[in-house]
Design a protein around this ligand. Structure first.
Ligand code: ADP
Ligand code: MG
Length: 287
């Protein structure tokens, strides 16, 4: 195994030592806090992650009965409402026998998330660190940082370069300002980045646009979870891609590209032309 290339600093950057960090993003397994230039990640406890999985499962079931915009927003963005639901759900789970909520389905999602993370982080460390395709990562002696919304301290010994925005945020802002050529430029850059990954023998089975960040003119991968080099995983994802009719909806771009249907259609066509077995295999390195 290659040594991780993250530089080990004798001391953490000053802004991490001196500032209280603000929450800027969260996923199913991590909450991300930032100072001006750096982010640190807090791993959620297993109960916290399980509570989120249960909530998402319930929301998906309830989706047909909820107002469309409401349920979609809840599912796509861990908002304050989801946070509140999670806290309540965690409370309920603490007083309910585990056998009630730790169903096979919840366990499968949880295990899959853990497995994808472990594999993805190893692959990113081995193949992508230092390539400019992921944000810079630094390590330092353990430091207790203060967080704005979290009691006490969080001990961290690594931090990652903060990107300007997630790709999803950047596209949403540009669409808001009706800067369609720039939206298309970033979507094309995204397609190019994916193909570059394939030519390195890496494929992301979770290509959600919040898992990618924008820095300068580059797109970088933020979330290693879902990166794989195993054809069994890739095949499963490509089978799914084969039946997706409107990839932009699948990627959560519905509300963003809704005002520009031509662009949405062009993107869908390009995606279909590129994200399929023969193109992935064409890029894949021969061993
Ligand atoms: N380097 C970064 N700079 C800015 N925001 C980030 C960075 N890394 C993660 N984030 C934000 O935090 C969110 C959750 O991080 P992620 O690693 O995707 O966690 P999870 O594995 O729980 O999905 C991301 O979707 C993004 O919004
Ligand atoms: Mg993520």
């Amino acid at each position: 195994m290659t040594e991780p290339s993250a530089p080990a600093l004798p001391k953490a950057p000053r802004e991490l030592r001196e500032q209280r960090l603000r929450r800027i993003g969260e996923g199913i397994g991590k909450v991300v806090y930032a100072s001006e230039h750096w982010v640190v990640k807090r791993e959620r406890s297993s109960l916290e992650t399980a509570a989120l999985i249960v909530i998402y499962k319930l929301l998906r079931k309830a989706e047909p009965y909820l107002p469309a915009s409401w349920s979609r927003r809840l599912l796509e963005k861990p908002s304050r409402r989801v946070r509140l639901m999670r806290v309540m759900m965690q409370g309920a789970m603490l007083v309910t026998p585990k056998s009630v909520w730790w169903t096979e389905q919840v366990r499968d999602v949880w295990m899959q998330y853990q497995k994808r993370n472990v594999r993805g982080e190893r692959l990113v460390e081995q193949h992508l660190e230092g390539t400019g395709l992921v944000p810079e990562r630094i390590t330092f002696p353990p430091l207790r940082v203060r967080l704005m919304d979290w009691p006490g301290w969080l001990t961290v010994s690594e931090a990652t370069e903060r990107v300007e925005a997630t790709l999803f945020q950047r596209l949403a802002e540009l669409a808001q300002d009706e800067k369609w050529p720039e939206v298309e430029l970033w979507l094309n850059r995204f397609m190019e980045l994916r193909q570059k990954g394939w030519s390195m023998g890496l494929f992301s089975v979770d290509p959600h646009l919040k898992n990618f960040g924008v820095t300068g003119e580059r797109i970088v991968l933020l979330d290693a979870g879902g990166v794989t080099n195993r054809w069994a995983d890739i095949d499963r994802r490509l089978d799914f891609e084969d039946v997706v009719r409107q990839p932009h909806i699948q990627l959560g771009l519905g509300p963003i590209l809704g005002a520009c249907p031509d662009l949405a259609a062009r993107f869908d066509r390009r995606w279909k032309d590129v994200v399929n077995r023969s193109v992935v295999r064409h890029h894949w390195p021969s061993r």
